[in-house]
Design a protein around this ligand. Structure first.
Ligand SMILES: CC(C)(COP(=O)(O)OP(=O)(O)OC[C@H]1O[C@@H](n2cnc3c(N)ncnc32)[C@H](O)[C@@H]1OP(=O)(O)O)[C@@H](O)C(=O)NCCC(=O)NCCS
Length: 222
């Protein structure tokens, strides 16, 4: 059976997610990408690599049989969009690139997107509405919580926990068992050897918090 889907977000992240959907379509025919939706009025009606931007977010309400794939990068915006779509009665589609190595005991939540080349090892968990970008590794028993965003080439060691909504920047690595709090940002190429609290930007080798904020709504850009 083929499920028609749209990607929410027609920016750079959305295009990468669309490529992931297309790879899945080609591999097993389970998905058919019918377009993007995007809240930028200038984007609606255009085409991106031949794929139409079919409407803004309200398109989802008018097409209840078409699940949505998350194509937005920033965790805070993802959180808003997920709840908006659920509030309109929409549903979210999980997409795993056919090249991903998923251990039989690994778990992947609703609406997550796993990009090409990733490895989800034994008893790893990737939460709902999160994504794991190109060639990242989630080792045994590691947990990527809901809404967390793991960038390309990140290596999460065994038993590491990444809190809800946390962004782990390109190429960061972690010592086994560390806990990274919720709605935080870990800088590109950081090495996390000690726990990182909630609501902070941490960077460097070893990674240390450099900036703190009060909650999800204050989470900065990266
Ligand atoms: C950590 C990060 C969020 C900081 O962003 P920021 O708060 O805007 O930081 P700034 O660019 O103002 O830099 C502040 C200082 O931190 C340093 N810095 C920035 N990022 C750093 C990093 N990843 N590792 C080490 N030092 C870093 C800067 O050199 C600067 O140092 P200085 O004050 O001595 O000049 C950001 O640099 C980062 O790494 N983001 C992740 C990017 C990523 O993975 N993107 C993938 C998208 S495809």
């Amino acid at each position: 059976m083929t499920t028609p889907v749209v990607v929410y977000g027609a920016g750079g992240m959305g295009r990468e997610v669309a490529e992931t959907v297309l790879a899945r379509s080609e591999a097993d025919g389970s998905l058919e990408l019918i377009g993007f939706v995007d809240d930028d009025p200038d984007a609606v009606g255009t085409q991106i690599h031949g794929i139409p931007v079919v409407g803004d977010g309200t398109w989802v309400r008018e097409h209840p049989g078409v699940p949505v794939v998350l194509g937005i990068g920033h965790p805070r915006i993802r959180h808003q969009v997920v709840h908006k779509v659920l509030g309109m009665g929409g549903e979210w589609q999980t997409v795993i690139h056919p090249s991903v190595k998923v251990a039989p005991s690994a778990k992947v939540g609703t609406g997550a997107v796993i990009f090409a080349g990733c490895v989800l090892s034994s008893d790893a968990t990737v939460g709902a509405y999160s994504y794991v970008n190109y060639n990242a590794v989630v080792c045994h028993d590691a947990v990527v919580s809901d809404f967390a965003c793991i960038m390309a080439l990140v290596a999460l060691s065994g038993n590491v926990q990444v809190g809800e909504g946390t962004f782990v920047g390109m190429g960061a690595t972690t010592r086994q068992g560390v806990r990274i709090g919720k709605w935080s940002i870990v800088g590109a190429s950081a090495c996390v050897v000690r726990d990182i609290p909630d609501y902070c930007v941490a960077m460097g080798v070893p990674a240390v918090p450099s900036r703190r904020y009060q909650g999800r709504e204050e989470m900065p850009s990266y």
